[in-house]
Design a binder for this molecule. Structure first.
Ligand code: XIL
Length: 403
């Protein structure tokens, strides 16, 4: 134990040197936070995507809100940069070197109020459904880019980073993929082709990808029947390698739920990502979903501990899908408790140097997936049905302001 401090100091020196070196050579993607609004994107401002034929709007599942009817604007005009001094979540988050985000569903940015709040308050958006397999490649070799393009172009116009969600998942798979008995050779080719097409299209425009979603089960083992049955657990390595080849600059994440605190499942994910690193598979971070009920968040000391051990592997953590649902009716008292929960979790992220993004699964209660997923619950987000900030919004703003 006597030697521990000097070893730690050596390790720290080595880490600092490595970060500086890699920042200079530009060969890797250090997670050192900087003024993120100035860094969007990494190199040059990405250009909006070329026009694609406008296809009818599609809904992911019956749980989708009705989409506005106006056609997508695929070449938005550039707008003025967000004011770094504004009294907004994004301005304060940027100053703290953090990304603050919301999942955005198809067509939402065509609603003026929605677009206004999104551009004002967030410096990151996640595609809630638009990039899922069943929506983006609904038939074999037929890609439907319109909804995803619209979100990416909105993000570029408003200097918002994009998290692409999701390349490989057991759910929201198209029938053509799900209900065919593929040979191993066929499914390898399909997986590679899909990832290469999707990541390739948004190369330089999508900042981070959820490459694989929800592959672990409660015990920490890897069981996602479809992919494991045909491909074995190798599909995870293959997906990350293929994504990296299609866009070497994009950050690549493994994303899951119930992996926030310490326990068998998060241990399984820890071993998975450590194993991947050992095999030389490119992975930059772990996404923790965080779908919870008010006052039932996982133990936050353990969340911090879990973030730290991932940080010790050199990995980032994104809080990817946060929502804190309230049983109906949402009283003022429950909204205050919810605000406290949001604040406490944000503080965990602010105190963890490798927790680089704090993303909520939606922006307004008007379009949250919660009431359909959990009947009798709702009010899970930080803006109400009328886009008015709730106590949770103020709690996040206050936490971001404090140093
Ligand atoms: C949800 C969407 O919010 C819904 O609109 C859709 O009907 C089903 O999927 N974990 C994930 C997300 O990784 O993709 C899910 O999103 C929520 C749970």
């Amino acid at each position: 134990m006597k030697n521990y401090p000097s070893f730690a100091a050596l390790a720290l020196n080595f880490l600092v040197a490595a970060v500086i070196l890699s920042a200079c050579t530009g060969k890797s993607k250090p997670f050192t936070p900087t003024m993120l609004d100035n860094l969007i994107p990494n190199t040059a401002i990405p250009t909006p995507l070329p026009d694609v034929p406008t296809l009818p709007l599609e809904t992911a599942t019956s749980t989708q809100p009705a989409a506005p009817t106006q056609p997508p604007t695929l070449t938005p005009p550039p707008i003025a940069s967000p004011d770094p001094e504004a009294n907004t979540l994004r301005a304060y988050a940027s100053r703290r070197g953090k990304l603050i985000g919301a999942a955005v569903n198809n067509g939402m940015v065509r609603e003026a109020d929605y677009a206004e709040v999104l551009a004002r308050e967030y410096n990151l958006l996640t595609t809630e459904n638009a990039m899922k397999w069943s929506l983006i490649q609904p038939e074999r070799d037929r890609y439907d880019w319109a909804d995803a393009d619209e979100l990416v172009n909105f993000a570029i116009a408003h200097e918002i980073k994009v998290r692409g969600h999701v390349l490989v998942w057991q759910q929201q798979m198209p029938d053509w993929l799900k209900y065919t008995d593929w040979t191993r050779e066929e499914i390898v080719a399909i997986l590679k082709e899909h990832i290469t097409s999707v990541v390739g299209r948004y190369r330089g425009r999508v900042y981070a990808w959820d490459v694989v979603n929800e592959a672990a089960i409660r015990t920490g083992n890897l069981v996602t029947p479809f992919w494991v049955k045909v491909l074995g657990t190798d599909y995870i390595d293959l997906a990350f390698q293929t994504a990296h080849e299609a866009d070497p600059e994009a950050l690549l994440f493994y994303n899951d739920y119930g992996t926030e605190d310490m326990g068998p499942k998060s241990n399984g994910v820890y071993e998975l990502v450590k194993g991947m690193q050992g095999r030389g598979i490119p992975i930059d971070g772990v996404g923790m979903q965080f779908h919870y009920e008010v006052n039932r968040l996982p133990n936050l000391d353990q969340v911090a501990q879990n973030m730290k051990r991932l940080g010790d592997l050199g990995l980032q953590v994104h809080i990817t899908e946060l929502d804190i649902r309230i049983q109906d009716p949402p009283t003022q008292e429950k909204l205050e408790q919810q605000a406290q929960n949001y604040r406490d979790l944000l503080n965990v992220c602010l105190n963890a140097p490798n927790c680089t993004a704090f993303i909520m699964w939606g922006m307004t209660d008007k379009y949250s997936w919660v009431p359909k997923q959990n009947p009798g619950y709702g009010s899970a987000l930080i803006f109400d049905l009328y886009y008015q900030p709730k106590p949770a919004y103020q709690a996040l703003l206050d936490a971001l302001k404090l140093k």
